[in-house]
Structure formats: structure tokens, C-alpha cells
Design a protein around this ligand. Structure first.
Ligand code: NAD
Length: 370
């Protein structure tokens, strides 16, 4: 949400979700760095996930959801999904609640960050709602599984063993069209030259075949941007061997999940990889792609760079491109110099000169003010 302030500056009201584990530390560091750009932001702080369960007995308090609905844009720390407790991922639920259909993950090497294959500059656009990831599953021994198995047998003749669980993969024309369009629009707005659609249409002729057909169709609307497609297994090999051939990749949900982590690894790992979940009409939640790293919680130790880079994406998204560029330059200068960086960016992880989360933010802020 934006409003004109006293001195003619745009004032933005944004939702801030500290998250849990190391989330609150990296969120505090990122908030200070964003504020230091001079952009006027009123942070509307809200809890969701585990902290909200502890405080309100509900992972999705109405105030928090209303805040995102009202402000449209949020910055979010990582949220823990407890394993083995039946807790559904709050992150997935958030994407569904606000129909955040596009997961945007730029992966770029910064000098000073060790990248295993050299320079990378790729953008992964992942469909966030459909596909195997939608969580439509049938467990062994349930009556629903028996119904689904028999319906499948009737419709296709395929016999599925009784001891098999079933997960459903669906890909729609609507979902494919809007994600591919998002990728092309992103490419156009950010001066990127090529979009590659990634699929397995040689085997999944209907689901992935539909995605590919729609991608080819959408590509005709963007004659200024090159288009090609790759089969996902070949894509993985090519990304490791010749990443410089690629630019923007657009993928259905599950391939996007896997390939975006591969690409993040090529760019230097989880500690430096930002992400954004974007829906219709500018609704968007920005985050680091790493998790809550609970074993380091409260130690002022982990690297806030990934969330700060998500902050850069957020500033650009709200129209504060120049401030976003300045923050990115300050982060890049800090890691290039390599002095005031966290343990994960040191050649030796036990290097005693590594600084903490807060001190990394101080160094970035000093550079913006210099
Ligand atoms: P994780 O990303 O939290 O941590 C894995 C390891 O990566 C850490 O032990 C640490 O060594 C390193 N690491 C992560 N972030 C770092 C940082 N900022 N600086 C330096 N090193 C860092 O992954 P996990 O342990 O598998 O997940 C922990 C919890 O986070 C789980 O509950 C998981 O569901 C959740 N999670 C949340 C999100 C999200 O909120 N978007 C994403 C992924 C995982």
C-alpha cells in the first residue's frame, strides 16, 4: 500500500513477518538495511506459523492475513514446518491463500561468494500452485485410494498395485498461460533476452505437453524475446555444463522446485539466494529461499544476505528501483571486500574474523551511506 507523505515522498505500508528460528534476526537486519535506503516504509509486523500458534493458537491469525490483503506486499522470514506432527507447510498454505502463482528466484554470482561453476546469472520462474505439488494424494489402505484406483482403471485400463499410494499431477491451460506470461513480462521488464520452457513432454504428453504447447503459444506474443524449450533432465545437465547459454527459465511446480535449488547451488548456495512469491494485482511476499536454520537461532550468526536480496526485489516491485539497485550494490561491495561477512562466506567457516548477522547489516548500511 502506498501514500504520499508530508515531503512528497511515497510512503509504503508493508507487512513484515519475522518468522521463527533465525528468521527474526535476519528480518531485523534486512529491515534496517532497507530503511537505510531512505525509502519511507511503515512496517506492519505480523506473526504467522509457529510463533502465531504459540500466541494465538492458530498458524494463520486473521489480523496477519488481513494485513497482507490490505498492504499487498510483505517481507517474510523463514517459517519452520515441524516434521512428523502432521503440520502442513505454512509456506505452501500462504501461496494458496493469496494465489501467489509465480515463484521468482533470480540466481546471480557475486564476487566474493564461492560459486562452483563460475559466473551465473539466471532467473527461475516456477509455477507455484499446480502440479504434483498441489498435495492431492491418496494413502495406502484408504477407501478414497480404492475409488481413485478403480476410476483410473476404468478410464485408462491401467492397473495400479493395491500397495501403491497415489499423488495427482495436474497442469491447467490457465495456470500454464499465466506463469509463462509472467516469465515473458519479467524478461521484458528486466532486459533479459531469452525464455526457456522446461518440461518432460516427451513422456507426460498431456500434462507437460499442455504446458509446452501453451508456452509456445505465449512466446508468439513476445517477438522481441527468444524462446526455446528443454527437457528437464537435459536441462539439469546443461545448467551444470553450460549455464551461460540460459537466461530466464519457466517451469511447472515440481521441476521448478528442484531446478531452482540446483541453480541456487550454482550461484553460491542457500545463504545468498532470494525468492519472491507473486500473485495477481501486485500481491507479493518476498523471502529468502533457505529455511529457519533453527540450530543457529538467537546466535547472531547466519547470513542475512539472501533476505536482503529479497528486499532488493521487493523495493523494485514497489517501484523503488533506484533504492533496490543501491542496496544490491552495497551488498555486492560488502561481499566482494570479504571482511565484514558471516562465517558461510569465509573461505574457512571457522575463521574467527567472521562477523554476525547484525554486523553484516551494519557494513551494508555503512556502504550505502558512504
Ligand atoms: P535450512 O535452510 O533452514 O538450513 C539448512 C542449513 O543451511 C543450515 O543448517 C545452515 O547450515 C545453512 N543455512 C541456512 N540458512 C542460512 C543462512 N542464512 N546463513 C548461513 N547458513 C544458512 O533448511 P532445513 O534445516 O531443512 O529447514 C529448517 C526449517 O525451515 C524446516 O522446518 C523447513 O520446513 C523450514 N523451511 C522454511 C522455508 C521458508 O520459510 N520459505 C524454506 C525452507 C525450509
Amino acid at each position: 500500500m502506498r501514500a504520499r507523505g508530508d515531503r512528497g515522498l511515497t510512503e509504503h505500508t508493508l507487512t513484515l513477518i519475522p518468522g521463527d528460528g533465525t528468521g527474526p534476526e535476519i528480518v531485523a537486519a534486512t529491515r534496517r538495511a532497507i530503511d537505510a535506503t531512505g525509502v519511507k516504509i511503515h512496517w506492519d509486523e505480523q506473526e504467522i506459523g509457529l510463533p502465531a500458534i504459540q500466541k494465538h493458537g492458530n498458524p494463520f491469525p486473521k489480523e496477519a492475513l488481513d494485513s497482507i490483503r490490505r498492504n499487498k506486499v510483505g517481507l517474510k522470514g523463514p517459517l519452520t514446518t515441524e516434521l512428523g506432527t502432521g503440520m502442513r507447510s505454512v509456506n505452501v498454505a500462504l501461496r494458496k491463500e493469496f494465489d501467489l502463482y509465480a515463484n521468482l528466484r533470480p540466481a546471480k554470482t557475486y564476487e566474493g561468494v564461492q560459486a562452483p561453476m563460475g559466473t551465473i546469472d539466471l532467473v527461475v520462474v516456477r509455477e507455484n500452485i499446480e502440479d504434483l505439488y498441489a498435495g492431492i494424494e491418496f494413502d495406502v489402505g484408504t477407501k478414497e485410494l480404492a475409488q481413485v484406483r478403480s476410476a483410473i482403471q476404468q478410464a485408462s485400463g491401467a492397473v495400479i498395485r493395491e500397495d501403491a499410494a497415489i499423488a495427482i499431477k495436474y497442469i491447467s491451460e490457465f495456470g500454464s498461460r499465466r506463469i509463462v506470461r509472467f516469465a515473458f513480462e519479467y524478461a521484458r521488464a528486466n532486459g533479459r533476452r531469452k525464455v526457456t520452457a522446461v518440461h518432460k513432454a516427451n513422456i507426460m504428453k498431456f500434462a507437460d505437453g499442455l504446458f509446452l504447447r501453451v508456452a509456445r503459444d505465449v512466446a508468439t506474443e513476445y517477438p522481441g524475446i527468444e524462446f526455446e524449450d528443454r527437457i528437464v533432465d537435459n536441462m539439469c545437465m546443461q545448467l551444470v555444463q553450460k549455464p551461460e547459454l540460459y537466461d530466464v527459465l519457466v517451469l511447472p511446480n515440481l521441476y521448478g522446485d528442484i531446478v531452482s535449488d540446483l541453480v541456487a547451488g550454482l550461484a553460491g548456495g542457500l545463504g545468498v539466494a532470494p525468492g519472491a512469491n507473486i500473485g495477481e494485482n501486485g500481491v507479493a511476499v518476498f523471502e529468502a529461499i533457505h529455511g529457519s536454520a533453527p540450530k543457529y537461532a538467537g546466535q547472531n550468526k547466519v547470513n542475512p544476505m539472501a533476505l536482503m536480496l529479497a528486499g532488493v526485489l521487493m523495493l523494485r516491485h514497489i517501484g523503488e528501483r533506484e533504492a533496490g539497485d543501491r542496496l544490491e550494490r552495497a551488498i555486492a561491495d560488502t561481499v566482494r571486500e570479504g571482511k565484514d561477512v558471516t562465517y558461510d562466506l569465509k573461505a574457512d567457516r571457522d575463521d574467527p574474523s567472521a562477523v554476525g548477522t547484525g554486523e553484516f547489516a551494519d557494513a551494508v548500511i555503512r556502504r550505502m551511506k558512504a
